[in-house]
Design a binder for this molecule. Structure first.
Ligand SMILES: Cc1cc2nc3c(=O)[nH]c(=O)nc-3n(C[C@H](O)[C@H](O)[C@H](O)COP(=O)(O)OP(=O)(O)OC[C@H]3O[C@@H](n4cnc5c(N)ncnc54)[C@H](O)[C@@H]3O)c2cc1C
Length: 474
């Protein structure tokens, strides 16, 4: 592990202690509570993400010992023209969080400051998984959880945080206050009532205007148990008819559909969930009344609340242990589709997917979200008549670890083609996945809020140093 003393703006190199004595052009790095590392092992560890498609080895990695470290280093990078990105659990799949300049490893900021009925006050690097366990010990839970929960608080707040809960917004909608280091190196607290522009700029703001360092997020009372139903469909029309019936009734806590494509014979599973306390178990016949399938045909599974909401984590850990899941190439495809187009899109696309399109671990995921609960301006979802929008994901993985350029280019071309079809139907990109995008695509993606995004970028990151990996501001 090598520590750094400065930056050589001529050679554009970080300088270690031995070289610093000789380097006339060295700019002195600020004194830090944590550490700034330039050794290859530390930098290589930050050179790729969950997708294993894009690689950029940073010139240095910051392990912040305090928020002030982040502010000082952003100020320093601004002076030297060095690009900076924050890294949570690096679970985006297309280099969104990479930088050839400085990477800020937020996992070192991981204190839970307080938990109570009024909410949780947590550092950026705390995992949702940990917050779930800590809050459940007090009978509380975050109201909106991603399927997989070993993601950092700030990582999902920077992209949106879409939940299996359909009608309570995304995670960005359940934030009370944030501490942010702007691209100018200033530490600012912001909320809907104070510094609102910055608050809105960083929630689902893809790290363009500031680095989230601490968040106060909602907590609600948790039930002790969860019941998950599994209902099988062979027809897309019946799946959506039943999904809409259940969504409009609003009696369940969440639901999603999955499919392992198999041409014209693709079968779909709908998985509705309800939370309950043991003293008042749900009435299956009542909840599943009037669907295409009789309530008795649904498989039923009861689990403790925490086991249910971390079910995907268990699956992920198993795949990581048995199939080196972390090392597979994952050209994920993620778009939001309008209600009026989703059924046709699924009917057109799913039967065309081959086994290679999903890979040994992959599947298609369909997740409904209530648009009126999605309140953050830079969380881009289709702007159409119905109050529902659907996240459609193809969670592709390669058949094995290791470089496979032919597979990557084939899947990226597929993603681009499917994205254009989605956009023509009124869809938007959920920017966690791997879709080749250029500047014009971003302008279209942001639509009527593009000019405001540009204005906020210029205000909070005037030297354009933050989060270059998405290529929004080339
Ligand atoms: C197995 C798996 C399951 C998933 N399930 C879901 C799901 O159910 N719902 C969902 O919405 N998403 C899901 N995702 C996607 C996930 O939410 C995003 O990839 C999210 O960004 C991951 O958080 P992270 O901590 O890994 O962030 P990272 O990938 O490290 O960062 C994501 C982006 O945010 C930026 N960023 C990170 N930290 C900060 C910060 N402190 N301030 C500003 N910008 C920052 C990064 O530079 C990068 O551009 C899943 C991903 C995986 C791999």
């Amino acid at each position: 592990m090598a520590l750094v003393d400065g930056f050589d703006p001529v050679g554009r190199l970080w300088i270690g202690r031995a070289q610093a004595a000789d380097a006339r052009s060295c700019v002195e790095a600020p004194p830090l509570d944590g550490a700034l590392l330039i050794d290859l092992a530390s930098r290589s560890a930050d050179s790729t993400d969950e997708g294993n498609i894009v690689q950029h080895t940073p010139a240095a990695a910051l392990r912040p010992g305090s928020v002030e470290d982040i502010a000082k280093m952003i100020g320093f990078c601004r002076k030297c023209g060095i690009k900076v990105a924050a890294r949570g659990q690096h679970h985006t799949t297309f280099g969104q969080g990479l930088s050839s300049g400085l990477i800020i490893e937020n996992r070192w900021l991981n204190t839970t400051h307080s938990i109570g009925p009024e909410g949780a006050d947590v550092d950026a690097g705390v995992l949702w998984f940990d917050l779930i366990r800590q809050s459940f010990a007090q009978g509380l839970t975050p109201p909106v959880l991603t399927g997989y929960t070993q993601l950092s608080i700030a990582g999902t707040l920077s992209v949106g945080g879409v939940s299996l809960t359909n009608g309570k917004g995304a995670q960005v909608d359940r934030v009370q206050e944030l501490q942010v280091v702007t691209g100018k190196g200033e530490i600012v607290w912001c909320s809907e009532h104070h510094e609102r522009d910055l608050f809105e700029a960083v929630l689902a703001g893809l790290g363009q205007c500031g680095i989230i360092t601490r968040a106060r997020v909602d907590l609600v009372r948790a039930k002790s148990m969860a019941r998950q139903y599994t209902i099988q469909y062979t027809e897309v029309a019946a799946l959506f008819r039943d999904m809409r019936t259940l969504l409009h009734r609003g009696e369940l806590d969440g639901m999603y559909a999955i499919c392992v494509p198999s041409g014209a014979n693709s079968a779909y599973l709908l998985l509705p969930t309800i939370y309950f306390n043991q003293s008042s178990p749900p009435d299956n016949n009542h909840l599943l009344r009037g669907l295409s399938v009789s309530p008795g045909a649904a498989a039923v599974q009861d689990l403790g609340y925490v086991d249910q909401v971390t079910l995907v984590d268990a699956l992920y850990n198993n795949l990581a242990a048995t199939m080196m899941f972390d090392q597979l190439i994952k050209p994920w495809f993620d778009v939001f589709l309008p209600d009026h187009a989703v059924e046709q899109y699924v009917s057109d696309v799913v039967p065309t997917l081959t086994p290679e399109d999903v890979g040994p671990t992959g599947f298609v995921l369909i997740l409904a979200q209530k648009r009126s609960e999605l309140t953050r301006p830079f969380f881009r979802v289709p702007d159409t008549g119905s109050d529902w929008t659907y996240l459609f994901d193809i969670l592709t993985s390669s058949s094995g670890p290791g470089a496979n350029p032919a597979f990557v280019s084939k899947m990226l071309a597929r993603n681009r083609k499917l994205f254009e079809k989605a956009r023509a139907a009124g869809g938007t990109r959920y920017p966690i996945g791997s879709i080749p995008f250029d500047h014009r695509d971003w302008v279209v993606q942001y639509g009527k809020v593009w000019d405001r995004f540009v204005e906020l970028k210029n205000r909070f990151d005037p030297d354009d140093i933050l989060t270059p990996g998405l290529g929004i501001f080339p």
